[in-house]
Write a protein that binds this ligand. Sequence first.
Ligand code: CP
Length: 315
Amino acid sequence: MNLFASVHDVTDIHQLVSSAISLKKKPYLDEQLGKHKTLGLIFLNPSLRTRLSTQKAALNLGMQVMVMNLDKEGWALETQDGVVMNGTTVEHIREAAGVMGEYCDIIGFRSFPSLVDREDDYAETIFNKFVKFCGVPVVSLESATRHPLQSLADLITIEELKKTAKPKVVLTWAPHVKPLPQAVANSFAEWMNKTDYDFVITHPKGYDLSPEFAGKAKFTNKQDEALANADFVYVKNWSSYNDYGKILTDGEGWMMTNEKLKLTNNAGVMHCLPVRRGLELSHEILDGPNSLVLNQANNRVWAAQAVLKNILLSC
Ligand code: CP
């Protein structure tokens, strides 16, 4: 593997999950593999989990890690081609990415969508330019439309905790006060569609995911119907794809609560974090025994380590 941008870059997801679970048991087994190799972690947007878990994963593999919040610490970046740079931008992504490729063996890159220009966001213009011009293997730390390291960690969490071979997994939309990307929901759906789980998506009218990501998932606008006998409930807000980047409802009644949990098969409740308490998810769920949010956060390390190991083995 020399690119990890989506599930489509993975030859065998079951093997990748097994590798992550093995690394969780023996984190330092491959500590020589990354010796004298450098990972650059480049962020155009904030991060807690992705930054720290990927850094820890690289250190476990013996790599050196450099982190840069490019939006705050770098020169103002130009991403359009062919423009005369006589305005506020100082450095073009062609040179910036190329330079980073000179210093790093692998680069992790985070670039959120504009939520203004759907065509541009869904073409992954900035992420793809970075990949093209840096010239070294790239791991997505969340792009405009996908968050594959999160989805891999989510799949690991379900595989570790499932009690039946084909659990019922429900992705439910949750309320939020800000328009958020579709990336986590898209990506989770894309990875779930690669499994043989009973996968259901539920959301209010107008929040359909792009068919490219929703794929073969079952769908209902009735949250209660979706939650019936669920083994895992993944809670996440996203803004509208059709009315691009817009909030269409305050989502009253869509927050996941203990009352709704009674409809499920004592489901594990998942969220990628950060989460808005009392808005997306109730305090009682987050503080209760069904919450899996820390399991997911823990598995971010092993997901990243399995991906970095795979790339190091192909370098
Ligand atoms: N879940 C996740 O990606 O968290 P951060 O944005 O804090 O990295």
